[in-house]
Design a binder for this molecule. Structure first.
Ligand SMILES: *Cc1c(COP(=O)(O)O)cnc(C)c1O
Length: 433
């Protein structure tokens, strides 16, 4: 067993076995909010106008000054015709599915490695989520698995730009156009990531980003929808704001899915969002610099794969994902995770496999009797059994490790300690098997 030269095995007993922990300090929490946001919020509070939306056909149907300003700044930044704010990205996803005209019983293909909201947004229109597997390097939808899951009922693909990089949109969009499918990009985790010169989220029919406090930039809660399509933009705004009582005045004839919600984002949040957007590039650069340091430090550890970034794409590292080859290493992922955790490394050993949630396993969503799966429209039985997404499942079962990069504001010396903890664990790995 070869250990890195600078690691002395004898004096380096693993914390798991009672040795000293590699990391003793607390990491600084990630907090992107600064004085600019405080000032911006204060001005709105002082103005007394905390929201200016009206849920009727009226000039204020589109919201107040900060909503309009933030939307215009977002449209400029992301290079799209329309940016539309919503009170959460979950609301944004629901609005997107509705705006595309998805009908009850339609199938929408979604990956299992995402937040549950991606699939729940499909169910909210009584459509049926179908899970396709993920790519073994990028964790994003695998187009070949998407193709295998297309049926006569499929109407859309919800692609998720997981962990900070765009899905393979060239291939997905071609596939969608071949089968006449709509595409939604859930880029909650990837604002600012590039794909062939364009922003992640902007390559689909409708895409967008989360502004919840776990993400790169935030307004507490919130979301931004982006689209280049005028009709979708109008339908998104209607679903955001009480469509049913607006369509008549607006002269909208297509009433499909014009059941509105109140998904409106407030003036304070939009004022904060304007300041956050100005800082996004800087935040991304610092996450990328930390990821670069991790890449350098972890390079060459046997059986460990650092993040793979697609050709022509950039990664904004919402999560820094690692893949462990337990066979090559001779130690299970779970033992490595135990040893790293004991050293104080803030690493997790699983992400979501949302097809395995009780809602899908039991097919109980609306009411208790299997709706919408048993809706009665010409329909097949959709399988959610373990085994439908082997790549995603194997990651959770045996090979994934990841750092949440918007949990702690990691500094270079934090990274140095994390890296040395990895080397310490690797050097003593024979003791773990
Ligand atoms: C955070 C997140 C969401 C939900 O966003 P909210 O703003 O919290 O509603 C949806 N999808 C993914 C992939 C996410 O990471």
């Amino acid at each position: 067993m070869s250990a890195p030269k600078n690691v002395e095995i004898s004096s380096n007993m693993l914390a798991l076995f009672g040795g000293a922990k590699s990391i003793i300090q607390d990491f600084k929490k990630y907090n992107p909010i600064g004085v600019e946001e405080v000032e911006a919020a204060k001005k709105v509070v002082e103005s007394g106008v905390l929201s200016q939306f009206i849920g009727a056909w009226h000039k204020d149907f589109y919201g107040g000054p900060k909503v309009l300003e933030f939307e215009s700044e977002c449209a400029k930044y992301f290079g799209v015709k329309h940016a539309i704010t919503v009170n959460s990205w979950t609301s944004g996803l629901i609005a997107a599915v509705g705006a595309l005209g998805i009908e009850p019983g339609d199938e929408v293909i979604v990956p299992p490695w995402t937040m549950s909201a991606s699939a729940a947004a499909i169910l909210h229109w009584n459509a049926i989520p179908v899970f396709a597997d993920i790519d073994p390097n990028t964790f994003n939808l695998d187009p070949s698995s998407v193709e295998k899951n297309i049926t006569p009922y499929t109407k859309a693909i919800m692609s998720v730009d997981i962990f900070g990089q765009s899905a393979n949109m060239d291939v997905l969009m071609k596939l969608a156009s071949k089968h006449n499918l709509k595409v939604i990009s859930d880029s909650a985790q990837s604002p600012g990531a590039k794909y062939n010169g364009k922003f992640a989220g902007t390559l689909a029919d409708i895409g967008g980003y989360s502004l919840n406090y776990h993400k790169h930039i935030h307004t507490g809660e919130g979301g931004i929808l982006v689209t280049n399509d005028d009709t979708y933009a109008q339908r998104l705004k209607l679903i955001r704001n009480h469509a049913e009582s607006v369509v008549e005045g607006m002269g909208v004839e297509n009433l499909a899915n014009m059941i509105g919600h109140n998904f409106r984002l407030g003036e304070i949040e939009c004022a904060i969002g304007i300041e956050q957007l100005k800082k996004l590039n800087g935040f991304i650069e610092s996450r990328q610099a930390i990821a670069e340091k991790l890449n350098e430090g972890l390079k060459g550890l046997v059986g460990l794969q650092t993040p793979v970034v697609q050709e022509g794409a950039s990664h904004v590292y919402y999560v820094y994902p690692l893949i462990l080859d337990a066979k090559q290493l001779g130690v299970s992922r779970d033992r490595i995770w135990e040893a790293l955790s004991a050293e104080g490394v803030p690493v997790s050993k699983s992400y979501q496999n949302i097809h395995l949630l009780p809602i899908f396993q039991k097919k109980i969503a609306y009411g208790s009797k299997g709706f919408p799966w048993n809706l009665g429209v010409s329909h097949r039985e959709v399988d959610y059994g373990k085994g439908i997404c082997p790549v995603a499942e194997n990651f959770n079962d045996s090979s994934y490790l990841g750092f949440g990069m918007c949990v702690y504001d990691l500094r270079e010396d934090d990274v140095a300690q994390i890296v040395s903890a990895f080397h310490k664990v690797w050097a003593s790995r024979e003791l773990l098997s």
